[in-house]
Ligand binder design. Structure first.
Ligand code: 13P
Length: 260
């Protein structure tokens, strides 16, 4: 049976990381909103991953029918005496629908491991936030040909113990760490090969139908000039975009890569 990837949600998500003041962020969201409003085909889901303090204001700025909001992290506890943390419930009630979890920068600079991320994933789901769960290998691991094993372990630890109904809410983002912010994109073949592997692992765990319905995004130096080629792969359902999401025209160029 031929499975058409169009059955899955196609997504272009921006990860602003720690960029943009509140005013700059609202201005950017406004510009993205107005420049995407006219697109006839809203089959591409647009997500803006903003800093915590931007969430509520950006949520008010965009048309929620086609621009969704994501946080870039959430606390591993539901509430209480955890100074400086922001809970999944707070994020949801600020207007976000998604939360990016397991980004390599969180794993590296904040020592977030599989067990902690699994706790965050579960808390997000309990609060009706959909996790965009990131995985990906560092350069050494790829050179040693361990990239499949590394990604499989990240998935097993982070999301593969979820019940089926919960896993259906997950979006996966494959972000090879060596391609993040480096200008060095994975080749189209490398991206497809890993996305296909991820989908196979999902199929082994949850069955082919759920695997076929799971959106798997590519992240790492994705830009208007390479998005079309990356997104044309059977198992690449969109992108998680860092640098190029900070400029409305670049971000729009990536969104429209799906539509030409
Ligand atoms: P760049 O697009 O800047 O390489 O960042 C990718 C990323 O980390 C998105 O989460």
């Amino acid at each position: 049976m031929i499975i058409y990837k169009s059955m899955r949600k196609r997504i272009v998500a921006g990860n602003w990381k720690m960029n943009k003041t509140l005013k700059e962020g609202v201005d950017l969201a406004n510009e993205i909103n107005s420049k995407t409003e006219h697109l006839k085909d809203h089959s591409v889901k647009i997500i803006l991953g903003t800093p915590f303090i931007h969430l509520a204001e950006v949520a008010k700025t965009v048309n929620p029918a086609y621009v969704k909001i994501a946080a870039q992290n959430c606390a591993a506890w539901s509430h209480g005496a955890y100074t400086g943390e922001v809970s999944a419930e707070m994020i949801r009630l600020a207007g976000a629908e998604y939360v990016i979890l397991g980004h390599s920068e969180r794993r590296k600079y904040f020592n977030e491991d599989g067990e902690l991320l699994n706790t965050k994933v579960k808390l997000a789901l309990e609060n009706m936030l959909k996790p965009i769960f990131c995985c990906g290998e560092v350069l050494e691991e790829r050179k040693e040909n361990k990239h499949f094993e590394v990604v499989k372990t990240q998935l097993e630890e982070g999301v593969f113990n979820l019940p089926e109904e919960d896993f259906k809410e997950i979006v996966i983002a494959y972000e090879p760490v060596w391609a993040i912010g480096t200008g060095e994109t994975a080749t189209s073949e490398q991206a497809q090969e890993m996305h296909h592997f991820i989908r196979q692992e999902i199929a082994k765990k949850y069955g082919q139908s759920i695997a076929d319905d799971t959106s798997i995004l590519y992240g790492g130096s994705c830009k208007p000039s390479n998005a079309k080629e990356l997104f044309s792969n059977e198992d690449v359902d969109g992108g998680l975009i860092g640098g190029a999401s900070l400029n409305a025209d670049d971000f729009l160029g990536i969104i429209t890569a799906f539509q030409d």
